[in-house]
Design a protein around this ligand. Structure first.
Ligand code: ZN
Length: 468
């Protein structure tokens, strides 16, 4: 359980956590089965003995925390090697260090911003006991130890002050110690250094090709590998690229085969209406009443007055009304019609018309035009509203309204029903699907690119829409 939070590597298990002398002490046991000899690099599986290391770690809940690591001493199995036994390396602390890498990183990141004594004080509040002298030593010990015989290196660009100066760090791929820190992060930054290290056979580098070209120029036999992080980043990027370039927005599967989208035709939605059920419906256009017999007042607007298009039209109508009002005001003091026409960019006829209008007519300009359709719908509004209240299925409402004499377009009727639902906030159960006239045929599975990408990246179960 605890290892989900505190992780010291797969081969290092937390055996116990204790509070000792007001400190957190974490007991860690090594479960490694092999280790590389630091000298000859041969892998040894021969354990010689165990040893204990005490290492200070980053604090937990601002309480000083240290690790007691029970690790192995291995025997070098290479008879030619001058090393007989060696301590195994730990993934979280360097050789001979009394602090973990994480703790050193914490100290260094604070010391960038303040003096060593201030850093020491701040850290004491956080639960790290470290003297200013030790901090000074850590800073000066960021040692760069070059090795002209190095064979395996990692190359990475680093920001020295975030976003300002860039450098190229070259490190030993085995123990990760810094071999060189070079100015800049382009090809020329590393050319000279590479030339002085002819034994390099492996370079782990990031995916940027800036280094790649110069590496193959200077060291043509060297193998270039991408480290896991960069590899993963690359993979995701390629995946995305492939998805957006190669995979269409919708994939159609028919008879277990991917079908070209040009072969898929939408079909009209088939609505099956039970004639017996339809016959039983009995609604008239009298005003709806609640259960106490009081009339229900409701919004009969043809358009959904919350919709963007409605709001846009309403704004235009209001603007027109205001403009006419201004023109009429102006015409009271200005007798030259030509001047007003130019000022408001209106024709002579329009101007004449505006001046003739009554105040009432002007006000009416901002209200919705009563269209022929709206008047037709008036004969069914109450009836439809009552059916919606009673959750009569949409296809039955449409069919019933037609039976009752509605003869305008079904599309208009659907739109009106939707407006009634929305403008009156009715909790009516209707899928938007019904408002589409067409859908994909039932034997065709439609998967969207987005669903597919989501599925791959999250492994979450995604419902495949048969109809979209
Ligand atoms: Zn050895």
């Amino acid at each position: 359980m605890i290892e989900k939070v505190l992780n010291y590597g797969v081969d290092f298990h937390i055996e116990d956590i204790k509070k000792e002398d007001n400190k957190n002490v974490i007991y860690i046991k090594s479960n490694t089965s092999s280790c590389k000899c630091p000298k000859c690099k041969e892998i040894s599986t021969e354990k010689h003995s165990t040893y204990k290391r005490k290492i200070q770690d980053t604090p937990i809940q601002n309480i000083e925390t240290c690790l007691v690591v029970n690790a192995y001493e291995y025997k070098c199995s290479n008879k030619e090697c001058e090393v007989t036994t060696f301590n195994e390396s730990l993934p979280f602390a360097r050789k001979n260090k009394v602090m973990t890498d994480n703790l050193i990183q914490l100290i260094l990141s604070i010391s960038i911003f303040m003096s060593s004594s201030a850093t020491s004080l701040i850290l004491s509040f956080l639960g790290v006991k470290v003297s200013a002298d030790t901090i000074d030593r850590i800073i000066h010990k960021i040692e760069i130890v070059d090795n002209p015989d190095i064979e395996e290196v990692g190359i990475d660009d680093v920001a020295i002050r975030k976003g300002q100066t860039y450098a190229t760090a070259i490190y030993d791929l085995n123990d990760h110690h810094l071999l060189a820190l070079l100015d800049g992060r382009d090809a020329n930054s590393i050319r000279e250094w590479l030339e002085k290290h002819p034994k390099i056979r492996t370079v782990a580098r990031d995916r940027a090709s800036a280094y790649a070209i110069v590496i193959s120029e200077v060291l043509p036999n060297c193998m270039q590998v991408a480290d896991r992080f960069h590899l993963f980043q690359n993979l995701i990027e390629y995946l995305k690229e492939i998805f957006y370039k190669e995979i269409p927005e919708k994939i159609f599967i028919k008879n277990n085969k991917i079908e070209d989208k040009n072969n898929i035709k939408k079909v009209p939605i088939q609505v099956n209406i039970d004639k017996e059920k339809l016959k039983k419906l009995d609604y008239d256009n009298s005003a709806p009443k609640d259960k106490d017999g009081n009339l229900i007042d409701f919004n009969k607007d043809l358009l959904n007055n919350n919709s963007n298009i409605y709001q846009k039209h309403q704004k235009k109508r209001d603007e027109k009304r205001d403009k006419i009002k201004k023109i009429r005001e102006r015409a009271k003091e200005e007798t030259c019609h030509k001047k007003i026409m130019d000022e408001f960019n209106v024709s002579r006829n329009a101007l004449k018309k505006y001046i003739k209008m009554t105040d009432e007519e002007v006000e009416k300009i901002s209200s919705v035009n009563v269209t022929k359709e709206n008047r037709v719908l008036d004969n069914f509004t109450n009836m439809i509203y009552k059916m919606l209240l009673n959750q009569v299925p949409l296809e039955y409402i449409i069919e019933y309204t037609i039976q009752k004499g509605y003869s305008a377009s079904v599309g208009t009727l659907k739109g009106y029903i939707l407006s009634l639902i929305k403008n009156n906030h009715l909790s009516y159960n209707c899928s938007s699907l019904i408002f589409d006239k067409h859908t994909y045929p039932e034997d065709t599975v439609v998967i969207t690119r987005l669903e597919l990408l989501k599925n791959i990246l999250t492994q979450e179960h995604v419902n495949v829409n048969i109809k979209t």
